[in-house]
Design a protein around this ligand. Structure first.
Ligand code: SDX
Length: 391
């Protein structure tokens, strides 16, 4: 209809799923959520509006938006029992390990939203997850630095609340910069959903067995953790630290081209986009806005900007269609805000929870839902007799 949807029949032959939520055209660099272009959503809507449309299919009107915002706000606190749950972790546990464990444990605290065949209960668990992930993420951070947990507040926006729970301390309130809150909200939106990526497919496969929504989202968190996927933003900042200075960039560019060297430029390339990742375009703009607004002078960020310039001009990367992806710039923004590297993937998981749970809800709404069962090509031994050991 719009010239976007060139349908590939082979797509259905692979047994992949159908979905109405997100459309990607990797060659054209197109990303639509419920038909709305990502650049319009990231600059003209806030994250909760995007959450509403991913979950319900249409952008909310004013009344629907206010009701949704109030519902989410009223679910931001977690059961007090979860506070004790954190005490079982070592202080140096990776925040992703804590978020994965705590998310899976939520089903032992909430029992009125586990009937996966009841739409109202499915939506209640979706609202709880969208509302509680920022609280759990901030708790993981506070626990890791030995500071007391900060409770969510009902007078703050979604991103302001997260920043306050991350950085406020009893002795001193955190002063929320509107630019930082806007950039944080934009990071959430730009990571909200991305069709059938590895972690979303994991959530769908887990959900197809009838597992409860909290277990399915915990499975998504686990899959996202890998450095090839959601762990890329953390890996990207570690790579920038390893490069250390602009002078060292050429050596690393050559290493990235060397097939015998496992080194890859983290934050570059994409499984689907063979053009610029449309999210990266908006994220890049935000990164420069935040750096300017906060007047940040950080050598790592100088390395990032020079690496981007060189890679975009280098014929190998142009030929391989390797462009900076969403994770390259999100790491720069998060570092500029003062978020530690080991929290980057947690923020990706927080942002992506709405995508995961929207796909889960869409799939569970289908009456013909069957358990997933990926096929395999057997390449092992032909049938042979077993020879028992002589004992
Ligand atoms: C995310 O699927 C999604 O939607 C994911 C995601 C989402 O929102 O859910 O978009 C989020 O995961 C973004 C990607 C974050 N990962 C990274 O930034 C890690 C670094 N990137 C790579 O590891 C890699 O680009 C992948 C894993 C993302 C994609 O790997 P592919 O599928 O092998 O990429 P490709 O087939 O397009 O590669 C083309 C060539 C290959 O060389 P040849 O085999 O053709 O000789 O480019 C090479 C690759 O080896 N290559 C790289 C490279 N990425 C690919 N070489 C150097 N540095 C890189 N980053």
């Amino acid at each position: 209809k719009h010239g976007y949807f060139t349908f590939d029949p082979g797509f259905l032959a692979t047994g992949s799923c159908e979905s109405k939520i997100t459309y990607i055209d990797g060659d054209q660099g197109i990303l639509l959520h419920r038909g709305y272009p990502i650049d319009q959503l990231a600059t003209q809507a806030d994250y909760l509006e995007v959450c509403y449309m991913l979950l319900h299919g249409e952008a909310p009107n004013e009344k629907e938006y206010e009701e949704f915002k109030e519902t989410i706000t009223n679910h931001t606190m977690v059961h007090q029992g979860l506070h004790g749950f954190f005490n079982g972790f070592r202080r140096d546990a990776h925040p992703m390990a804590m978020v994965c464990a705590v998310t899976g444990a939520l089903s032992s605290f909430y029992h009125d939203d586990l009937d996966i065949h009841d739409e109202k209960q499915r939506l209640r668990s979706a609202y709880r997850l969208i509302a509680k992930m920022p609280t759990i993420a901030a708790m993981a951070y506070k626990f890791s630095i030995g500071q007391p947990f900060v409770y969510p507040r009902n007078d703050l926006s979604y991103s302001e609340n997260f920043l306050n729970m991350m950085f406020s301390v009893p002795a001193e309130d955190y002063e929320i910069s509107p630019v930082v809150a806007k950039a944080m909200d934009r990071v959430f939106t730009l990571h909200a959903d991305h069709e059938q990526n590895a972690s979303t497919s994991t959530v769908r496969l887990a959900g197809s067995s009838g597992a409860n929504p909290y277990a399915c989202i915990a499975a998504g968190v686990a899959s996202l953790w890998g450095p090839a996927h959601g762990g890329a933003n953390e890996a990207c900042l570690r790579m920038l630290s390893e490069i250390g200075s602009v002078d060292n960039i050429p050596e690393y560019i050559e290493r990235a081209k060397d097939k015998n060297d496992p080194f890859r430029l983290m934050g570059f390339g994409h499984r689907v986009y063979k053009n610029f990742d449309p999210r990266a375009t908006v994220m890049r703009e935000s990164a420069h806005e935040v750096l300017k607004e906060l007047n940040i002078k950080d050598p790592l960020l100088d390395v990032a900007m020079e690496l981007e310039r060189i890679a975009l001009e280098d014929e190998y990367f142009v030929e391989k269609k390797l462009y900076p992806n969403v994770d390259f710039y999100s790491g720069i923004i998060l570092k500029a805000i003062g978020i530690p590297t080991n929290m980057f993937t947690v923020i990706f998981a927080l942002s992506r929870t709405v995508g995961w749970i929207s796909h889960w809800h869409e799939m569970m709404s289908e009456s013909s839902q069957k358990i997933g069962r990926p096929r395999q090509l057997y390449t092992g031994e032909a049938k042979r007799d077993f020879k028992p050991l002589k004992r």
